[in-house]
Design a protein around this ligand. Structure first.
Ligand code: SF4
Ligand code: SF4
Length: 159
């Protein structure tokens, strides 16, 4: 069994009846190339989808998994396929800045001055309480990323 077939099996994609409820409810698919049903079908057939750019258009909102009448773990399948894609060197460069932000600040999308201003207008604290405002917690995040070699892995896999 090749890794793509294993990812497909672990996510119950064999239960898919191709009803299309996942694609119909996918908010990302309305704005992008992502077609969840097609991706599931291709993975089930053992096709190598790890080079498809739309694999990275999913926001992991889980709407598709919620809607699936057959209990297919579509999001797990997509995440597994992404893992395989990175191992093959298919990590889109466009996402690298978010990964490096995560490492440096604990937040993939650090607070911009504009957002900070909006927060102030609606009465929120200027900065949310998260890892970026807790240096000791940020060190823990960095340690995890260092130990797992995450940063090096994605840097090596950018396309
Ligand atoms: S909703 Fe579930 S059964 Fe329907 S196409 Fe999507 S994965 Fe297959
Ligand atoms: S988890 Fe991904 S594929 Fe599923 S509905 Fe959300 S964006 Fe679409």
């Amino acid at each position: 069994m090749n890794p793509v077939e294993k990812a497909a099996r672990d996510s119950n994609v064999e239960k898919c009846v191709q009803c299309g409820k996942c694609t119909a409810g996918c908010p990302s698919g309305r704005q992008s190339r992502l077609r969840t049903r097609t991706l599931v079908q291709m993975a089930y057939q053992g096709q190598d989808v790890t080079g498809l750019p739309e694999l990275w258009d999913c926001t992991t909102c889980y709407n598709c998994a919620e809607r699936c009448p057959k209990g297919v773990n579509t999001v797990d399948a997509i995440i597994l396929l992404r893992n395989l894609a990175v191992q093959k060197g298919n990590f889109p460069r466009i996402h690298l800045s978010a990964i490096e932000n995560l490492y440096n600040t604990g937040n993939g999308f650090p607070l911009s001055p504009e957002v900070a201003q909006i927060r102030a207008i609606i009465g929120l604290k200027k900065e949310p309480y998260d890892v970026s405002t807790a240096p000791e917690e940020l060190e823990k995040v960095k340690k995890i990323l260092d130990i797992t070699g995450f940063l090096e892995l994605v840097r090596g896999g950018t396309t």
